[in-house]
Design a protein around this ligand. Structure first.
Ligand code: ATP
Ligand code: MG
Length: 191
């Protein structure tokens, strides 16, 4: 049977190829252009300044000025970590754990509030993969989400429980990456 009714989707961008975060940002752009309210929470990220931070802030302002909700309520992006996490058992820095906990609390609250039409949980799959966040806890919140809310989760090695729960799952396959030739991350393409 085909489900044709309008409903919020759970989308996962995973796999080893490049494009997981950029695809999520593209969808966020698309949703915001449709007058939807978009919240992007970036797990683990924090030390780099990504171009999307400024682009999203500018878009949010512009949407507010052209009749959308007030600034800060159209499209918002927040870095919730500090980048470069050390992981593995006792190696995991308690501060990084605390930041992931906080990011998850904010994420769960945002999803359940129904105030946002799309919530992007960028790099959350890494936090789960590193055992900093329990996949079942995430699944439980996704099961309870308001019907119309869309959620996108990114990062390699998506947890099987979340893959099972999701409606749309894309695995990015690496054909080649400039990094392998020793080419460093390029402005505008990687950050
Ligand atoms: P992007 O943010 O470019 O969409 P991504 O979200 O798919 O990348 P992540 O796993 O979040 O990839 O990795 C973040 C960084 O690592 C990005 O700068 C990205 O360009 C780079 N990267 C992604 N895939 C690869 C790869 N296969 N080899 C080397 N570096 C990669
Ligand atoms: Mg990414």
């Amino acid at each position: 049977m085909t489900e044709t009714s309008r409903r919020g989707l759970i989308v996962i961008n995973t796999g080893p190829g490049k494009g997981k975060t950029t695809a999520a940002l593209g969808t966020a752009l698309r949703a915001a252009g449709n007058g939807m309210r978009v919240l992007i929470l970036q797990f683990l990220k924090g030390s780099w300044h990504y171009g999307e931070l400024d682009a999203v802030a500018a878009l949010d302002q512009a949407l507010a000025q052209t009749g959308g909700p007030p600034a800060g309520q159209n499209i918002v992006i927040r870095q919730m970590g500090r980048g470069f996490v050390k992981v593995g058992g006792a190696e995991t820095d308690p501060e990084d754990l605390r930041l992931v906990e906080q990011a998850w609390q904010d994420a769960a609250e945002a999803i359940l509030s129904g105030e946002w039409d799309l919530v992007v949980l960028d790099e959350i799959n890494y936090a789960i993969g590193y055992k900093m966040l329990d996949a079942e806890k995430v699944a439980e919140t996704l099961r309870q989400k308001p019907e119309m809310v869309h959620v996108i989760l990114t990062g390699r090695n998506a947890h099987p429980t979340l893959v099972e729960l999701a409606d749309t799952v894309t695995e990015m396959r690496e054909v080649k990456h400039a990094y392998q030739k020793g080419i460093l991350a390029q402005r505008g393409i990687e950050f």
